[in-house]
Design a protein around this ligand. Sequence first.
Ligand SMILES: C[S@@+](CC[C@H](N)C(=O)[O-])C[C@H]1O[C@@H](n2cnc3c(N)ncnc32)[C@H](O)[C@@H]1O
Length: 398
Amino acid sequence: MRITAEAFSSAITAVVTNDALVKLGFAGRIKGRQTQSIRVDMRPVLVGGSRMVQSVRTIGGEHRTQMVPLEESAGFVVELLNEGYANITVTTTSELIEYRVAKGGDVFVNRTQRESDPDLAHDRSKKRMLDPADPLLVAVGISTESGEIKAKWRDKYRQVDDFLRIFSTTLTKAVKAGQVDTPSVQAPLQVVDLGCGHAYLTFGAQAWLERVCGWPSRIVGVDIKTASMARNQQLAERLGVTNMTFIASGIAEYKFDGEIDVVLALHACDTATDDALAWAMRHKAKVIMSVPCCQHNLQTQMDAENIPAPLGLITRHGILRERFADLLTDAARAAILRQHGYRVDVIEFVSGEHTPRNLMIRAVKTEAKVDESIDNDVELLRSEWKLSPALFRQLVEE
Ligand SMILES: C[S@@+](CC[C@H](N)C(=O)[O-])C[C@H]1O[C@@H](n2cnc3c(N)ncnc32)[C@H](O)[C@@H]1O
């Protein structure tokens, strides 16, 4: 059946807020049009008890998820229609409606009676590491008494949860590979969280180690903020957790005797990340998981005069120079870790919608031979580009 473009547009914009919607898909493209994504899939979800629409754009091999408030969803759909998708599929609780938009704008519709159930669970693809109703999350203030993540803590919850997922696989693999000794009562796993702040990650790591792995551990949270450390220690006591200690100290000044298995650092500000990495390397940490935060160190040193062509194409623009300096800072950190015998990878630990600072530097100490060519690259950075990464200065120039 053919319908007018107006009837089609109003049917699609209305369906997105309709309680009967199960899912909505946009795919293909009208001849001669260029769409932003290969396909877009939308479905209603409940987030903290409020109904929203989740949109997942498939671009190349990537999936980009966006949460759209219900009141903005009709406008969002109009923008998608304007991009020029040719095949729009609507699944409701009672029927499947398939629209095909032809080059001239004619719209053909096909309806099939078919029952479907909506799945309103947010993030159904991944089982969360920490249940929103976990009493721990209530105690640290991320969840309400009724077990829902508070709106302002949603991003922090996802950062911690996704960090813990990677922590669990990394540590389990390292223990299996013999890079970290299997923790025991006599030799508990020694973990330090540097720049721990209010210790959401520290408490999460403790819970995972104790409840899921049953691995004995000793965990220290370090932060320069005295009041936060006192608060965290009180919270640990209130929760009956006896294997956690919080120390008020600068990272570089923190003294620790003994072996370190794991160093964590989530969003330690600017060069505090370098302090954490240097501290971890000096203490021969076996596993290091660090998510850098804002960074200004290389950016302030970067002089366009010293940057060879054609990279001047990047450094002449403020925002590009800033991002380039960020990338170079993390690349230098990864290289310096490799120089010290770590196997390193740099990964996105959480989707960018939960923090723009979503790169994790993960390093595991191995027996692998150190790649000496890195020395030349780091040296070139210093001699030719006149850039001295904070981590390098700390480890070499001191
Ligand atoms: C953005 S917060 C992140 C806190 C926590 N890791 C999290 O993700 O929730 C950064 C923390 O690093 C701490 N910090 C910054 N520089 C530090 C330093 N040199 N030594 C110790 N702590 C530091 C700050 O006090 C702050 O609590």
